[in-house]
Ligand binder design. Sequence first.
Ligand SMILES: Cc1ncc(COP(=O)(O)O)c(C=O)c1O
Length: 453
Amino acid sequence: MTNSPDRNAALAARDLKHIWHPCTQMHDHETIPMLPIVRGEGAWLIDAEGRRYLDGISSWWTNLFGHANPRIAAALAEQARTLEHVIFAGFTHPPAIELAEELVRITPSGLDKVFFADNGSAAIEVALKMSFHYWLNQGHGEKTRFIALTGSYHGETLGALSVSDVALYRKTYAPLLLTPILAPSPDAYEGEPGEAPAQVAVRRLAELRTLLERHAHETCAVIVEPLVQCAGGMRMYHPDYLAGLRALCDEFAVHFIADEIAVGFGRTGTLFACEQAGTSPDFMCLSKGLTGGTLPLSAVLTTQHVYEAFYAEYSAGKAFLHSHSYTGNPLACSAALATLAIFRDEPVLERNRALAAHLARRLEPLRAHPHVAEVRQTGMIAAVELVADKAIRRPFPAEDRRGLRVYLHGLQHEALLRPLGNVIYFMPPYVVSEAEIDHLVAVATSGIERAVV
Ligand SMILES: Cc1ncc(COP(=O)(O)O)c(C=O)c1O
């Protein structure tokens, strides 16, 4: 690979001729560079001209142990030489069996059955359909609705988008979607002045109880992102909400779906966010970090009890009907096994605690910034909320695209930061060093200075 100065532009031009990118107004690329990445190394991405970018967002929250991780790469190579794929209906294979055993072992107790899919949104579709179908099989076909939290994001296929409440993604497609029942989020940022996060949780649980009193008879499940509503702006809430939610779901006979797609695998400080509430859901959706960020794979874990509601003679017509061609792909399962082996062999969560504490120390000075309303953190996720007016927390108008200024500033200074509107956040791979965290925070801080003027 030569590092000739126009390689980026040449690749970008070829890309833009044919490729339509996700989550992108393609017109933006008339002014915003399309960056061709040719290599990854630890927490770094390297472009076609040899420029480096510290991946502060783990490439859409997927990467845990660094790009081109040698241990995961070796497992993949070995699996590619052995069995790349096989139909997963009527057939199985050792990587899927071992992965299911391992997932059951490490997730909260009671989750004993594993259904594989191939991305986060697909896992949400599975969980929604499975919950609905459970109630149908139990003679409760009247349960057809879902309760979701305000500010939630669960993906962008029609079912997943139906239970999402981020206007940017939902608004246009609303006429196509199911209508969820929205419960107010326990998001601590939206609490009353002086209200502690635990108090917000109590108040929001009372509101959820009222909704359940009215709607439980027609509701299949409550779906939440445990502890952090990520795409909704890295909004964080107290674990008591999850414990209370579990109790309410039991009381009102509705399922609890925990979408740990973004927060699972150590992001929030524990292996799974639900652990912080000492609770276990009826369905847990996993993806992103599951393969360490190498291949698409997702899993929905559920209970033996749910499984049994589908288990009957074929003629009873109770089987769960959902399939994807690449369900349980052996390569992806091998990458996941290698990822989980790293968790077993290395003190990942302990190391993350030290890194998270370092990140917190470095972000501390930003609290005093006149345009920063809040600096918040849960484990290896930290966020800085920019506002136009700190006293009344008036946000900058979305059209200002202040976050975009931070993004562009980051690219000029060897950092990949991809703010969510006015929220600048940090979600680095776990292999990041303290010095690299210093770099990310320094670039973000100077980017914020440019963005708020
Ligand atoms: C909490 C959560 N759920 C679901 C999804 C959808 O996953 P995917 O992008 O793999 O479809 C995401 C993606 O960001 C997510 O953050």
